[in-house]
Design a binder for this molecule. Structure first.
Ligand SMILES: Nc1nc2c(c(=O)[nH]1)N[C@H]1C(S)=C(S)[C@@H](COP(=O)(O)OP(=O)(O)OC[C@H]3O[C@@H](n4cnc5c(=O)[nH]c(N)nc54)[C@H](O)[C@@H]3O)O[C@H]1N2
Ligand SMILES: Nc1nc2c(c(=O)[nH]1)N[C@H]1C(S)=C(S)[C@@H](COP(=O)(O)OP(=O)(O)OC[C@H]3O[C@@H](n4cnc5c(=O)[nH]c(N)nc54)[C@H](O)[C@@H]3O)O[C@H]1N2
Ligand SMILES: [Mo]
Length: 674
């Protein structure tokens, strides 16, 4: 039997996958050949879904911790017992400390809107501390919004073949957005030149026609210098600037500060290369910029992206099909999310069934989970609910996160469909369904197709959807707001109840029938050809160049971007994929840095930052650059030789815009293991 579902992974591609099912289990996964962006291709990860789904250590029954925290020793209990005990503890916590003592930690383990987003409503209903979800896209979103307004609309990937030059800037799309690649190849066949700008030679750099290696955190200077040349040569679209933008003077002041020679010294990109790049951009309209979050994961990352995103504006690129930029397409999906995410519990006059009205909720920045668990009092966090995330490995400053998770007075509840670093710290580990085992609605951040996915197989053991668990807890707390108990279909129908023109004609019935439906985009699709979507002008602004300055004690910048065969820490448990990633996490180091430290390929080294230390093996390679070490992939601590994740070393200081994460701005030193 075959069933077609949407891939739930946190990836722009949101593919449609054909599952081959035998004896009630998923046996094989292929890409849906009829889907316009999946095009019959399933990636290296998704083809391994069966191994992940039926991993021998998958939690199948509710469990209560026995033995010390963090050791992963559990005893099976019934759902009744688990839910009753958790609800009793919740009630006691709410009575003694108030809602703020409860914290959710969640992210995009599933991109499904129902199982990914609806649990948030429960926490808003009880007045829990609000988690600011900043770990991934917050800085990028803030930078985008600064220029283009809050709605993130990128070039339709299906229009990319019309571009004549493609700049892939701080995104490793050959690994992280693989379904864009066929469109890039088509563009190339049509004569487009493809340029990659990154700090190390990754797969995308090797695919590109030209690779420009930039020093980490210096993209703002590079982009301003390109603009400097464009203005000096008169290669900008003055009519577009005059009609559709404001703030040009402030922006120009920054541009004047960065002539190519000055930028060359900071970025490491020769000034002739900068001038050539400007010329290529000017001569080859339409220009398409695929910008990634990579450059935003630095202390000055917001400004870096603002500088880069100003380029398609001054070039007038948005006027042409295939021209413009794409950070994300998520703004296309103007779904009605208010009740889904329980925003109304904050904003409406106190609705019926609202547990503890608290409009002035305490906010916790996700990237500072360690601080929240160890420093907050008034009240302290007493109960932590983790779902769709593995923060013990993926949040910065792992040592501090661990310290928090080890607190004896903290009750940690983890909902998981796989064993994870965080699950080992659970006091209650609850078996979650995998997205192939529950229905859900999916948007995308890499294309414009909305999809509905039915449960394709029954869950093994006693696994239950996240929403079922929170409905059970809501009932036990005596909450009565009906939306807390809504099923997936009801929630999906409500999401679709939107007046947005792009969603017109998309009914629930149609989604069920067709599986995947493209949003109604105007033809030609030119979202910023006449300024912002809201009728305002595009906002250029001044740009500040700021980066993590290497220090004598920590002279190297460490970049830890996604691995080709993993999806964050998901799939670390699949041994063939670990093998494809080299069997263990390797630290890439330039030969000059290795020579300076007397290190050779394969040596074990200590990698140290202001926050911690770990042991890795070193790979000596000039794919990186002097002063920059690279470790591909957020390996689970469980699979690293010293049991620690790379985030032992990463900083939890927020970036310049959006309070986001600066993973790639970590400063480290590398020493031989003595
Ligand atoms: N295979 C695979 N695919 C994935 C993921 C995965 O783990 N594996 N993760 C998914 C998720 S959650 C996300 S958010 C996306 C992220 O996908 P990307 O946006 O591609 O990933 P980033 O971590 O943002 O890093 C992208 C690139 O930025 C580079 N970079 C780092 N610092 C700088 C800099 O200062 N300047 C420049 N120009 N480049 C820099 C890195 O070297 C890296 O090659 O991918 C998604 N897709
Ligand atoms: N050093 C470094 N750290 C990084 C990054 C980096 O580039 N470098 N990238 C950052 C980025 S971009 C991101 S987005 C974050 C991601 O960090 P996380 O959100 O922690 O992502 P994952 O590690 O994939 O963990 C997702 C978990 O959700 C579980 N899950 C999947 N589906 C379901 C479901 O239906 N129900 C439940 N209950 N659970 C489910 C999976 O089993 C998995 O354990 O990591 C960040 N951390
Ligand atoms: Mo992400």
């Amino acid at each position: 039997m075959q069933k077609v579902v949407t891939c739930p992974l946190d990836c722009p591609d949101a593919c449609r996958l054909v599952l081959e099912i035998g004896d009630g289990r998923v046996r094989r996964v292929r890409g849906d050949a009829t889907h316009p962006t999946t095009r019959g291709f399933a990636c290296a990860k998704t083809t391994r879904f069966p191994e992940r789904l039926y991993a021998p250590d998958r939690p199948l029954y509710p469990m209560r911790r026995v033995g010390p925290k963090g050791e992963g020793c559990f005893q099976r209990i019934s759902w009744e017992a688990a839910l009753d005990e958790i609800a009793d503890k919740l009630k006691a916590t709410l009575d003694t400390y108030g809602g703020a003592a409860v914290l959710r930690y969640n992210y995009a383990g599933t991109m499904g809107l129902v199982e990914g987003r609806h649990p948030v409503a429960f926490f808003r209903a009880i007045g829990a501390s609000e988690l600011d979800e900043t770990i991934c896209s917050a800085t990028g979103e803030a930078a985008w919004a600064a220029i283009y307004g809050p709605r993130k609309l990128g070039v339709d990937p299906e229009d990319v073949p019309k571009a004549h030059v493609v700049v892939i800037w701080g995104a490793n799309v050959l690994s992280t957005n693989t379904h864009l690649v066929p469109f890039l190849r088509e563009a190339r066949k049509n004569g487009a030149q493809i340029i990659a700008i990154d700090v190390y030679e990754n797969r995308t750099a090797r695919f590109a026609d030209q690779f420009i290696r930039v020093r980490p955190g210096t993209d703002a200077a590079l982009a301003l210098a390109i603009a400097h040349v464009l203005f000096a040569e008169g290669w900008v679209d003055q009519a577009y600037l005059d009609t559709h933008t404001e703030g040009l003077d402030a922006y120009l002041a920054s541009v004047r500060d960065w002539p190519p020679e000055r930028a060359a010294a900071l970025t490491g990109v020769p000034s002739e290369t900068i001038a050539d790049l400007a010329r290529t951009l000017a001569m080859k309209a339409p220009q398409f910029f695929r910008v990634g979050y990579g450059m935003t994961r630095h202390p000055g990352g917001g400004n870096a992206l603002v500088a880069v995103l100003s380029l398609p504006v001054i070039l007038g690129a948005w006027r042409y099909e295939g021209g413009g930029a794409m950070l994300s397409t998520s703004g296309g999906f103007a779904l009605n999310k208010r009740r889904l995410e329980g925003l109304h519990f904050w904003q409406d006059p106190r609705p019926e069934g609202y547990f503890r009205p608290n409009p002035e909720v305490r906010h916790v920045n996700q990237i500072q989970l360690g601080r929240a668990l160890t420093e907050l009092d008034d009240p302290p966090v007493k109960m932590l609910f983790v779902f769709n995330a593995n923060p013990a490995a993926t949040a910065p400053r792992s040592a501090l996160v661990r310290q928090g998770l080890l607190r004896e007075d903290l009750v940690t509840v983890v909902l998981e469909n796989a064993m994870s670093d965080t699950a080992r710290y659970a006091d209650y580990l609850l078996p979650a369904t995998h997205p192939f085992e529950h229905p859900d609605l999916y948007a995308s951040y890499g294309h414009y197709h909305l999809s509905w996915s039915e449960a394709a197989v029954d869950p093994p053991g006693e696994a239950r959807p996240n929403t079922w668990v929170f409905a059970q807890l809501a009932r036990r707390l005596g909450l009565s707001a009906p939306e807390l108990f809504a099923d997936a279909e009801t929630l999906a129908r409500e999401l679709l109840d939107s007046a947005d023109p792009m969603l017109i004609d998309i009914t629930f019935e149609r989604l069920v029938r067709e599986g995947s439906v493209k949003l109604r985009l105007k033809k030609p699709f030119l979202p910023y050809a006449e300024g912002r979507m809201d009728g305002k002008k595009l906002r250029l602004r001044s740009v500040e160049v700021r980066r993590a300055e290497p220090q004598p004690a920590f002279p190297l910048v460490m970049v830890s971007p996604p691995a080709h065969h993993f999806l964050n820490t998901s799939f670390g448990l699949v041994s063939s994929l670990r093998k494809a990633e080299g069997g263990e996490p390797w630290l890439w180091m330039h030969s000059a840095d290795a020579a300076k430290r007397g290190l050779a390929e394969g040596d074990r080294v200590r990698v140290r930052s202001a926050y911690g230390e770990l042991v890795r093996r070193v790979r000596v390679t000039d794919a990186t650059q002097p002063g920059v070490v690279v470790l591909e992939g957020t390996w689970r601590g469980l699979d690293a030789p010293d049991g620690k994740s790379i985030n032992e070393l990463t900083p939890d200081e927020p970036t310049d815009m959006g309070e986001g994460s600066a993973f790639h701005g970590a400063l480290v030193e590398v020493l031989p293991v003595s």
